[in-house]
Write a protein that binds this ligand. Structure first.
Ligand code: GLC
Length: 449
């Protein structure tokens, strides 16, 4: 009797925990898988953090919020924001060259300064800065002309707006529960700006930020989702709308185990800051970017790689170089990345891998100048051909340790000749007979155990 009760208890706890975990996500993946196809295949997006914070080269919005600089001093950057070197066509060319399939531009950060001529408030670069122009339309037009999907980063937080509760890290204007009418006024403003962005730019993807400051109920997150899908049922919403988004957005935090979400995107800076900061020279190398990118893709995710234009709109030389090198690598090795699915489970190859959508091809990512043979464990398939992307030459491979009377497959060792290796990351293409079939056992020899 006791045994039955404890079993029932385990079942109930499991249901509660699973049920609770599901409550964090109000979107049924089965209902959106069609619209998510391009996102799942895209693998690489470019994030652009451009705003008045680029003038002094300080933390975007956070610098005044965390009282590193006074609010008036932060806002004095309005008069230095010229965008004189902001060239949307050149920027779109660079994004296209990187191999990215989408680009996400800051439309308004937590500081409340809109990059378009919003009629819902004068705090925008058209009315309040020497730039005097809409920075969104020319870029979105240029991206669309190049077949790159458009994304709108929009901060739900607006620390400048007099109807928004939050302001500095240690001082707020009010609490929502104390002044619901004031909060309702803010929501009218926020939704008005969302209406403007949806009608004027119709972004393929919304990248919300700042949802952590209020609940789904206070944001009316369900209503925001419904509104945006009403304008465009195929638009994608990121996972920062208090559970009403379509994918998860780990930020700078590199997953070690595969995220549970069906779709996810790692957003990451090129150096250590989202916006331009002249003192920050800690740029990741092309190799580091490529290894992070292939790592995310091997887990079935996307990489949203950030650049931060200077106050005049020009792109730092280091970031131009990174995007060009990444693009050149993608040109050589894109077959192993784009339109693939997550690779083999951990344990079969000690590196990143992806699969063709029909799982008959395995792509192995091999760091440059690897002289040692590459090992695959547990591969039950026989191999049709092994090659390295960029060359049609069949590579030699050797299977060792296969015991005739055992079901356990041998170990496959593949050697990449030095002259065929990529300068950053080689991609070995293993064409299989049939769909990938892996031995996952513990070394049993008469069964698959
Ligand atoms: C964090 C920061 C914000 C930045 C964003 C990018 O949410 O608040 O400054 O724009 O990350 O993902």
């Amino acid at each position: 009797m006791f045994k039955k009760l404890s079993h029932l208890l385990v079942v109930l706890v499991t249901i509660f925990c699973t049920g609770y975990a599901q409550a964090q996500h109000h979107v049924n993946p089965d209902e959106i898988k069609q619209k998510m196809k391009w996102f799942a295949d895209a693998k690489l997006g470019i994030f652009i953090h451009y705003g008045i914070y680029s003038v002094k080269g300080i933390d975007e919005s956070w610098s005044f919020h965390n009282k590193k600089i006074s609010y008036p001093d932060y806002m004095s950057q309005l008069k230095g924001f010229t965008a004189s070197q902001y060239n949307p066509n050149e920027l779109a060319d660079l994004i296209k060259e990187s191999g990215a399939r989408y680009a996400v531009m800051t439309t308004k950060h937590h500081d409340g300064v809109a990059l378009w001529n919003s009629k819902y408030g004068p705090l925008n670069v058209v009315q309040k800065t020497p730039a005097k122009r809409d920075l969104l339309k020319p870029l979105y037009d240029a991206l669309r002309q190049r077949g790159v999907k458009t994304g709108a980063y929009f901060s739900l937080i607006d620390w400048s707006h007099s109807d928004y509760p939050g302001f500095l890290k240690d001082s707020s204007r009010y609490q929502v529960k104390d002044q619901p009418a004031k909060w309702a006024k803010y929501l009218t403003f926020m939704n008005g700006q969302l209406d403007e962005l949806a009608k004027q730019y119709n972004p393929d993807l919304w990248w919300f930020d700042g949802d952590w400051e209020h609940s789904a109920e206070e944001w009316n997150a369900a209503g925001v989702r419904q509104k945006l899908l009403g304008y465009n049922p195929n638009t994608i919403i990121n996972g920062r709308l208090q559970g009403y988004g379509d994918y998860d957005t780990p930020e700078q935090n590199f997953p070690v185990s595969r995220p549970a979400y069906k779709w996810w995107e790692l957003c990451m800076t090129s150096n250590d800051n989202w916006g331009f900061q002249p003192q920050d020279k800690n740029f990741k190398t092309p190799y580091e970017i490529i290894s992070i990118f292939t790592d995310a893709v091997s887990y079935g995710g996307n990489l949203l790689l950030d650049i931060g234009p200077k106050g005049d709109g020009s792109i730092p030389a280091e970031e131009v170089n990174l995007l060009k090198e990444l693009g050149a690598w993608n040109k050589r090795n894109g077959e192993g990345v784009f339109n693939t699915i997550a690779g083999m489970p951990l344990g079969h190859y000690y590196g990143a891998s992806t699969l063709s959508k029909d799982s008959t091809v395995v792509y192995l990512f091999v760091p440059a100048k690897t002289s040692a043979p590459v090992l695959i464990k547990g591969l039950k398939n026989s191999i049709k051909k092994v090659s390295v992307l960029g060359s049609d030459t069949p590579l030699n491979y050797k299977i060792v340790g296969k015991i005739s009377w055992s079901v356990v497959p041998g170990l496959t060792y593949i050697t990449i000749p030095e002259n065929l290796q990529d300068k950053y990351m080689s991609v070995i293409k293993v064409e299989l007979n049939g769909k990938l079939d892996l031995y996952r056992g513990k070394g049993g020899f008469l069964t698959n155990e």
